[in-house]
Design a protein around this ligand. Structure first.
Ligand SMILES: [Zn+2]
Ligand SMILES: [Zn+2]
Length: 329
C-alpha cells in the first residue's frame, strides 16, 4: 500500500521512500564497458569527481595549506602541534557533518523531500547516551575525531622524520595523481572487510552494536562508533606505512574517512538548497544496511557485496528476496 506524502512522493506502508532506481556500483568493474560510459561516470555531474570527491579534496587542501603545523615542529612529538591538528579536525567535521545536520534536521530545510525514512528521529530516546540520539552521536563522533587525529599525528611525525615511504609530487607526478584517484577504492575495500569482521557476533555485541543503535540515521550517526570500531575504521590510514605516499594522500585518506560517513548517513537521497541546487547523495546502499543489518557491508566503489552475495539494491524485488530469505532462516 502506498501513500502520497506532502511532496507528492510515494511512500510505502512503513513510510519509507525509495528513489526510482536501483543502487548501482561504479562502472569500473562492469565488463564489458565502453570508454564513453567510463568518461561519463568519471567526469559527469554527479560523477566520480563531482561532488563528493571534490568536496573532500577541498577540505583536505584547506587543512593542508592553512591549518597544518610546520613540518619542522612535527619532528618531535609534543602536545602543542598535536592539539592544533585535533582542533582543526574537530572544526572540519563540525562544519561538514554539523552543516548537513543543521540543514536537513534542525532547519528541516527540504522537509522530507528524498528522505528514505518517513519519520524524524525521536527527541528523547532512552537507548542513547544522554537519552538523545543527536547528543550521543556527536559525543561518539568527537571520540572518533580524536582517534583519527591520533593516526594523523603519528603519521606526520613519521613523515617529518623521514621514517615513512615518501613519494613527492615533482619526482613522481603520475603516481601522485593515480594514488589520489585510487584512494576511494582502497577505503571501500578496507571498510568492507573491517565491517564484516565487526558483524561477527562477539564483536557485534561488544563493539558494533553501538553504531547500529541508529536505525533512523542522521549525519552525526556516521562516526558514532565504539572506540574499537574507530580504531579499526581509521586503520585504513596505516596503508601509508607501506605504500609510498605524499602527506596529502594521508590527509585526503583521513579526511574522506572522517567526512564520508556524514554524507552516507544523512538519510537523504538528494540534498536540495533552494529551487535550483540539488546535490545527488545516493546513499541508499548504507541506509539499507542500517535497516536490515545483513546486507550491504560495503559501499559502491568496489562491488564486494555483489561478489559475496550480500547485496541489496533497494528495489521491491530485492526487498521481497531479502524477506523470503529471512523467513527461511
Ligand atoms: Zn553506518
Ligand atoms: Zn554494520
Amino acid at each position: 500500500m502506498t501513500q502520497i506524502d506532502e511532496h507528492n512522493q510515494p511512500r510505502d506502508r512503513r513510510g519509507e521512500w525509495r528513489p526510482n532506481r536501483a543502487v548501482r556500483f561504479m562502472p569500473l568493474f562492469d565488463w564489458p564497458t565502453t570508454p564513453r560510459t567510463l568518461a561519463k561516470w568519471f567526469f559527469g555531474i554527479p560523477g566520480f569527481l563531482v561532488p563528493w570527491y571534490a568536496i573532500y579534496l577541498g577540505f583536505t587542501l584547506v587543512a593542508y595549506l592553512w591549518f597544518t603545523p610546520e613540518i619542522a615542529r612535527m619532528q618531535s612529538l609534543s602536545p602543542g602541534w598535536a592539539l592544533e591538528i585535533l582542533a582543526r579536525n574537530v572544526v572540519m567535521v563540525t562544519l561538514f557533518t554539523g552543516g548537513l545536520h543543521l540543514w536537513l534536521y534542525r532547519l528541516r530545510g527540504q522537509g522530507r523531500w528524498a528522505k528514505y525514512n518517513g519519520s524524524w528521529p525521536a527527541e528523547r530516546d532512552k537507548r542513547f547516551l544522554f537519552n538523545n540520539q543527536v547528543y550521543d552521536n556527536v559525543f561518539w563522533s568527537i571520540v572518533g575525531v580524536v582517534i583519527w587525529t591520533g593516526f594523523e599525528v603519528g603519521l606526520w611525525w613519521g613523515y617529518a622524520n623521514g621514517a615513512l615511504p615518501f613519494s613527492g609530487v615533482a619526482e613522481n607526478p603520475v603516481w601522485f595523481v593515480l594514488w589520489m584517484l585510487l584512494m576511494p577504492f582502497w577505503r571501500n575495500f578496507h571498510f568492507y572487510w573491517i565491517h564484516r569482521l565487526i558483524h561477527w557476533p562477539p564483536l557485534y555485541r561488544s563493539v558494533h552494536y553501538l553504531h547500529h543503535k541508529n536505525v533512523n540515521v542522521g549525519p552525526w550517526s556516521g562516526l558514532a562508533m565504539h572506540p574499537v570500531e574507530h580504531l579499526l575504521y581509521f586503520s585504513c590510514l596505516l596503508i601509508h606505512l607501506v605504500v609510498p605516499s605524499h602527506p596529502l594522500h594521508m590527509m585526503f585518506n583521513g579526511m574522506a574517512t572522517a567526512l564520508g560517513p556524514g554524507a552516507s548517513h544523512s538519510g537523504f537521497d538528494e540534498i536540495v538548497f533552494g529551487d535550483e541546487m540539488a546535490v545527488q547523495n545516493d546513499k541508499l546502499m548504507h541506509y539499507l544496511h542500517h535497516r536490515y543489518h545483513s546486507v550491504n557491508f560495503g559501499e559502491n566503489a568496489v562491488p564486494l557485496d555483489k561478489w559475496f552475495g550480500s547485496f541489496h539494491d533497494g528495489t521491491p524485488e530485492a526487498d521481497a528476496r531479502f524477506r523470503a530469505a529471512r523467513t527461511a532462516r
